[in-house]
Design a protein around this ligand. Sequence first.
Ligand code: GLY
Length: 560
Amino acid sequence: MIKFYRILLFCLVFFKISCSQTIDSDNKFDSKAMVVSAHPLASEIGINILKNGGNAADATIAVQFALAVVYPSAGNIGGGGFFVYRSTDGNFSTLDFREKAPLLATRDMYLDSNNKVVKDLSLYSHLAVGVPGTVDGMISIHKKFGQLPWEDLVQPAIDLATNGFELTRLEANKLNRFNKTNGRINKNSDYFKENYSKGDSISLPQLSKTLSLIRDHKRAGFYSGKTAKMLVKEMSLNGGKITQKDLDSYQSIWRDPIIGFYKGYKIISMSPPSSGGILLIQMLKMAEHFPLQDFGFHSLKSIHVMTEIEKLSFADRAKHLGDPDFYKVPEKLLIDSLYLLERINKINMDSSLLSSNIYAGEFNLKESEETTHFSIVDKYGNASSLTTTLNGSFGSGIIVDGAGFLLNNEMDDFSIQPGHANMYGLVGGEANSVEPTKRMLSSMTPTILEKDGNLFMVLGTPGGSTIITAVFQTIINIIDFDMSIEQAVNSPRFHHQWYPDEIKLESDIAKDSNLIFQLKAMNHNLNFVSSMNRVDAILVKKNKYFGGADNRGDDHVSYF
Ligand code: GLY
């Protein structure tokens, strides 16, 4: 009977997806509220919260906890993230719940006695783990915006973990890959039962208990008491550095958003320690000087010019971006119109600039596969854009013994040695060096757009360094190329991050042999990849919500 109900639920889910596709392109779709996330069950949980009188912040909390259960490669309680919120009155709030380096962290903690980086230490060891911020982040969101009781927002995730849920094909494959490489670390965990197939049911009793503690004791259910004890023990038995003191002192921080304009649209995004907001505004403001619409979508000229813009921005990232509590980030100067005009003067329309000939801008510095994103709008007109991560797929791969949750490997987002590329190939220096209690630089770009003072778009994506360029291109797809939200999120993408000096191109673009020939003739190095990012977005037109769930994954629009 339960199986029949689940099959029925999935049929309904698929009917809804195709419904929203048809209706979106017909422009007749009308909904009061919408959730777009990486997993159908998480989207359904979010929409149920909204149906029951919750607001977008309530749904955000419920979706975050649900993803920690059904989408363990990136959904988490052992990681961190960023949250951008637009209240119905037009006010913006941005929350940094990024992980922090432990108090015992040191600048050279990933180097051997010859000053060489020790392979995988910042990625797959207990030293890779930053102090988790997610639970404190959700509590901060609830304190400031929550309407429904906290317990009601955590309970749906507990139910999933206790009663079990069915694996999608993609999720079964991911878990199988994870278990092959990770079995050596946590053989006791609930994830190591069998070779999973699509439709298998999986329950997570340890995680369910931990979530119950968070439901009943909020902060104390994670940062102290039983859960904290297990986490600290996991660390101390295996050479990790996180102590009870780190957990006691972790605080998420409300920060000022980064705000900029593109062709009359107001862009609101995340400030440092994410580089996402600043780079996105830089890219859009530089792009505004070129007639992208006339160049045409994915034309030689538009790919060339957008790529050059991406390189220039990532060069600035490597030098100037880091945790603002430790390093004076020249935020205003980096998005200054005159500065950006100067930067685009370097672009040659006939030939690609070598990355080795591109440098970060200089200022007088006195001026004061894996992450996941979801977008939510509620019937009151509040909007939430949240990106959260463990860093790599399944983070460090370490599951806290007995507590059943995965720990991040976010420490790799620091520049562990000047010029050493992290897992996304990003390089950095002083601004992003390891220091105790510092937050590592991120690329997460949860973003909201306004047009004429009204909510216009909510978007974001996973994908490490490719996050920023995917958000950039999705906005251009909507504003310059007049696409529907579904076309905009599903269109193939390209990416350049200064180093390595290459354009990553999704395979659909690579099919155009003439374009490829011409890009090579302009000295672009090309790297063909099968798939990048999973953009989840909502577009608002005439008070109607249009959902775009990236079909590269199981991503799903739920609405009522
Ligand atoms: N861990 C990926 C990022 O924060 O950019």
